[in-house]
Ligand binder design. Structure first.
Ligand code: ACO
Length: 431
């Protein structure tokens, strides 16, 4: 067995190494705590919290694979529900398994009337990610017979319920914000098609599906479906390690994703493009000011990708297709179409600028997805819930892998204490 050797003053440690099939091997440091040491790694930049077989990323080579399959191939040949199955089960489904999975989800897409009332009880102005997290959490209260995670059937059922109802919930968040009726699902339509109908259909008119929007949104859901141990997924695993049920753990993931440094960046990108458009500054001036002020450009840089984010490439491809379509003038007002040109110019300037090149800062997935959601018809506050909708299969797969792993322990990082040593309490009148 390969071992790593660590010397700290006079102490010597032989640490086992877990071999990776691809990527970095892992030095097992768990035994160090018995000798009075902990490892200190803020932001967990060099810490693996688990072994995983789900997703592989090589950030130096723009590689992202789910269960070994490159996302480019999955985007070309697969669909979101097949990818959701793949992430959870490890293999592509047979036709029978796929059809059964679609059927299982279709039959769980509707929510009960009480749940609709619950959705209607949020203020219309509520922050969509707060509503989404609350609604997923509330599923545990509405389906209490599916919360015992030690029962495999209940765990399977909670996974099906979250997958099926999340799209209904996200569509209701969209409709409520606009003071429009929350529609019932139509099981004759596909997952993405019906989601778009539930968001955009006018109840008194027939709804015509738009194939390119369905296809583009389907690809967006695929590219967001998993991204190994990112912030929100780690939160899902850690909450689950305490045996919080799947609903609670996924709701925790939704909350983590809401941050502007994580899933919230897609909304921040659109706002940033609007600021550039309205400022009267050129894109080049904006970049120079950002550099001078040490401000971060939203949609650039990534903890793992130190070259092109492969997801950004897919998003840009579909954005270009939708922007080139004859009806784009009808779908997007001129001032919003201008944002696409600003984004293209911003990418061009930054990817040729020494500051960005030397720090390996490239457009990340959020750089083009906001514009893509926008041209499909969504407004900015819905961008992060759409990201979450895509990420749900990944959170479920990661939770299930965590639960099945005999090495899982309750997540409980250590600290290096640098505060006061013991001292005596001082009464208030003597301070
Ligand atoms: N614009 C300008 N400079 C940047 C940016 C940026 N977007 N991102 C990083 N830098 C600079 C930092 O200031 C730092 O410079 P320095 O070495 O002179 O101090 C250097 O690049 C390295 O930055 P780190 O913070 O170490 O990079 P890290 O990998 O920890 O951060 C992160 C990654 C948080 C994504 C960062 O790039 C960022 O804040 N980007 C903007 C927000 C964003 O787009 N988030 C979405 C990420 S994708 C996702 O979550 C799905």
């Amino acid at each position: 067995m390969v071992e790593a050797k660590l010397n700290v003053d006079a102490s010597k440690f032989d640490l086992p190494v877990v071999k990776a099939t691809e990527g970095a091997d892992g030095i097992v440091v768990s035994s160090l705590k018995n000798d009075g040491f902990v490892t200190l790694d803020p932001g967990f930049l060099t810490t693996a919290q688990c072994e995983s077989k789900i997703t592989f990323i090589d950030g130096q080579k723009s590689i992202l694979r789910y269960r070994g399959y490159p996302i480019e191939q999955l985007c070309e040949q697969s669909d979101f529900l097949e990818v959701a199955w793949l992430l959870q089960h490890g293999e592509l489904p047979t036709k029978v398994q796929y059809d059964q999975f679609c059927l299982d989800l279709n039959h769980r897409t509707m929510v009960g009337e009480d749940f609709r009332s619950f959705m209607a009880s949020f203020p219309r102005s509520a922050q969509p990610m707060s509503v989404l997290a609350s609604a997923i959490n509330a599923l545990a209260a509405f389906y209490p017979d599916t919360t015992d995670i030690s029962d495999p059937e209940q765990l399977d059922e909670s996974a099906r319920i979250i997958m099926a109802k999340a799209r209904t919930i996200v569509s209701y968040i969209y409709r409520r914000r606009r003071d429009e009726p929350m529609l019932y699902p139509d099981v004759a339509r596909g997952y993405v098609d019906d989601f778009l109908r539930m968001c955009f259909a006018v109840p008194y008119e027939p709804y015509e599906s738009d194939d390119l929007s369905i296809h583009a949104l389907g690809r967006l859901l695929i590219i967001h479906a998993d991204h190994e141990q990112n912030c929100s997924t780690s939160v899902v695993r850690i909450a689950g390690s305490a045996h919080a049920n799947l609903y609670s753990a996924v709701a925790a993931g939704v909350n983590a994703l809401s941050g502007p440094l994580h899933g919230g960046a897609n909304e921040a990108v659109l706002k940033q493009l609007e600021v550039i458009r309205d400022s009267g500054e050129s894109v080049g001036q904006f970049v120079e000011h950002a550099k001078d002020n040490g401000a971060r450009i939203s949609g650039f840089g990534h903890r793992v990708y130190k070259c092109h984010d492969p997801r950004a490439v897919v998003a840009k491809h579909y954005l270009e297709q939708l922007m080139a379509r004859g009806d784009v003038d009808r779908r997007l007002p001129a001032d919003e179409r201008a944002l696409f040109d600003i984004a293209t110019e911003l990418e061009d300037i930054a990817t040729h600028d020494d500051y960005f090149v030397s720090r390996h800062l490239y457009p990340n997935v959020d750089f083009y997805t906001g514009l893509l959601y926008r041209v499909i018809g969504f407004d900015a506050p819905m961008f992060t819930p759409l990201f979450a909708l895509g990420r749900i299969p990944g959170w479920i797969a990661q939770y299930r892998e965590m639960l099945a792993d005999p090495q899982t322990k309750i997540g409980r990082p250590r600290q290096v204490y640098t505060g006061q040593v013991e001292r005596d309490y001082v009464p208030m009148d003597q301070r």
